[in-house]
Design a protein. Sequence first.
Length: 198
Amino acid sequence: MKSRKISAALLVMAVSLGGLTACDSPPNRQRFADVTFQHLAPINLDVGSVQVESAYRPTDNPEDMGAEYPQAPVEAAAQWARDRLKAVGARGQANFTVVEASATRTPLPRSTGLSAALKKDQSDRYDLAIEVRLEAFNPISGKSGVVSERVTRSQTVPEDLTLNQREVVLFNLLDSAMKDLNARLEQSIPQYLGPLLR
């Protein structure tokens, strides 16, 4: 009889613990669309091919957070070239290189003592920097040119930021940086690669 009571008690504990575990499920993760530029007209280049590559390699810095973005910044920068640059010539080549796509977190000074209990601090600063380089050459016409552009974005965040809120901040940082990069390239490509545009 005693063993039955012990078994029943253990069963109740197991069910209770199972219920607690179920309540401790992770929050629903948001889904973000990739930052793309397929909706814009292609930039036609008088070259035979367009090569897209990355020269950027993430560091071992523990504050590097590129992998935490909904879309890796280096991938977003490369996607811009795939979406917008189009080879329409017979000869020559354009090389689009992602020079930098660094995304870091910098801890900020926090309040201590009574002031820490009375206010919410900005706990971290997120920094994003994207730099790209476009080189193009047509051996038939002898025309060539080089374009380089760099954009940066920064955002401080509060100490009570949730995982979903952080992902929104990171997505907005990347989205605004890529829109800025697109606008700058739309201006500089005609300026420095004008003879190679069709």
